[in-house]
Design a protein around this ligand. Structure first.
Ligand SMILES: Cc1cc2nc3c(=O)[nH]c(=O)nc-3n(C[C@H](O)[C@H](O)[C@H](O)COP(=O)(O)OP(=O)(O)OC[C@H]3O[C@@H](n4cnc5c(N)ncnc54)[C@H](O)[C@@H]3O)c2cc1C
Length: 397
């Protein structure tokens, strides 16, 4: 495990929830002893958990700075060097990373490159659907809906624009509610017609994995938001403005959004190490890759199993932040030849936004819904953004 000559003590790949937190915590705890190189293709940290807000994103003159935090603001000091580059390959044997701006050798590595949309081989899905997993995708979707809504008064008869959201997890649910409850007439300045929003849940249960009482309230609020839900049948093909379901139904529509699942990005999924079906890197309880001491994987790029419960940690920002704190400690432990900690996952709570200032949340076995749930979610998100921009640890996650 000897470092290559001139190797950077710690290289962190990805400045999302996981990578940014590792870099900040190592800089805080390891100080000058462990300078960090943080590589991301963007000079900003994207607040991905808020990308369902397409109504806000579609507003004329929307300031995209609301959904991003500049990395230069977070890491003003010399302990973390931000390198704006695309990661093109990871060579675990040579202990170096290939990037669009050159090779970066490392002694310790944290792989936190997030995830990309998984299309499961559904023909037409990559070409004909939008997604909100990246800021650019969410902006494109917001603009597409705004244009369709602006043109809606000229539609024949009573027809309203129809939008199909595929995927009944929290992203699809939040997005469907947001589109259905946005005041498009105010936003476009014309008598825009309220869109018909259809959420195709597929064969998985609606909001699978969420507490049953939260699911019940969410279903109720989604109905009140005017979202039609189709359950029990998967999408088998997508064409331009047409979605084909397994049961033979064909949904004609103006926009399709794909929220049906995620997988590891190719640069991660191509690594010659144990991986899940979605290409996520399997890790030891210390969050290191098996047989690769000092190489960690976390966040959406990793498949993390809690050693006590045997359950997988969810692919959420909340889990990514918890994993990052353990990785930061373990990098420092490796540098000092100290003992490593194992990761155990404790969920602090879950919340789903359901449009019009409504939501459903579950915190410590207590379910809340309506306005208090939406306010709680908003408060957590804003506190995260505020603390992160100041280079501080958020107090609530
Ligand atoms: C609409 C939506 C709502 C969500 N709501 C919630 C929620 O309420 N609560 C919750 O806990 N989670 C939520 N999530 C999930 C959460 O956003 C993810 O689990 C979280 O972003 C994972 O963090 P990460 O650091 O692993 O990846 P990311 O935050 O995606 O960060 C990955 C980083 O890697 C960079 N990167 C990727 N590939 C390359 C490359 N080749 N070269 C250079 N840089 C690269 C990206 O630019 C990015 O900065 C939501 C997700 C979405 C899409």
């Amino acid at each position: 495990m000897g470092p290559a000559t001139g190797a950077n003590p710690l290289v962190v790949l990805g400045a999302g929830y996981a990578g940014l937190t590792v870099a900040r915590e190592v800089a805080r705890l390891g100080g000058r002893e462990l300078p960090v190189v943080l590589v991301d293709r963007h000079p900003v940290h994207v607040l991905r958990t808020e990308l369902y807000e397409v109504g806000r994103l579609a507003a004329p003159g929307a300031d995209l700075g609301r959904w991003t935090v500049p990395l230069a603001e977070v890491f003003g000091d010399a302990a973390v060097t931000v390198r704006e580059a695309t990661v093109e390959g990871i060579d675990l044997a040579a202990r170096e990373v290939r990037t669009s701006t050159g090779t970066v050798p490392f002694r310790f590595l944290a792989i936190a490159l997030g995830s990309v949309a998984a299309y499961y081989g559904v023909p037409g899905a990559p070409e004909f659907t939008h997604q909100v997993y990246r800021l650019s995708g969410a902006v494109r979707l917001a603009r597409a809906i705004r244009e369709i809504e602006a043109a809606s008064p000229a539609l024949p008869g009573e027809r309203a624009p129809r939008l199909v959201v595929v995927g009944g997890g929290s992203t699809g649910t939040e997005l469907a509610a947001e589109i259905a409850t946005t005041d498009w007439a105010r936003l476009t300045g014309v008598a825009a017609r309220t869109p018909e929003v259809v959420l195709v849940v597929g064969s998985l249960p609606f909001l699978a994995g969420f507490p049953p009482s939260l699911v019940e309230h969410a279903r109720d609020l989604l109905r009140k938001a005017g979202v039609a839900v189709i359950s029990g049948t998967n999408v088998v093909r997508v064409e331009d403005r047409r979605v084909h379901l397994e049961d033979g139904t064909v949904l004609a529509c103006d926009v399709v959004v794909w929220c049906a699942g995620l997988e590891a990005p190719p640069v991660v999924a191509g690594l010659p190490v144990p991986r899940s079906r979605a290409g996520r890197l399997r890790v030891e309880p210390t969050l290191e890759l098996p047989g690769q001491p000092g190489v960690f994987a976390l966040g959406d790029s990793a498949e993390v199993r809690d050693p006590t419960s045997g359950l997988l940690a969810p692919a959420t920002a909340q889990a990514a932040l918890a994993e990052a704190r353990v990785v930061a400690g373990n990098v420092i432990a490796r540098a000092r030849d100290g003992p490593l900690r194992t990761f155990t996952y404790r969920e602090k709570g879950v919340a789903v936004a359901l449009g019009l200032g409504q939501g459903a949340a579950s915190v410590r076995h207590l379910t809340i819904w309506g306005r208090p749930a939406a306010l709680l979610k908003r408060a957590v998100e804003r506190e995260y953004a505020r603390a992160t921009a100041r280079g501080e640890a958020p107090s609530v996650l």
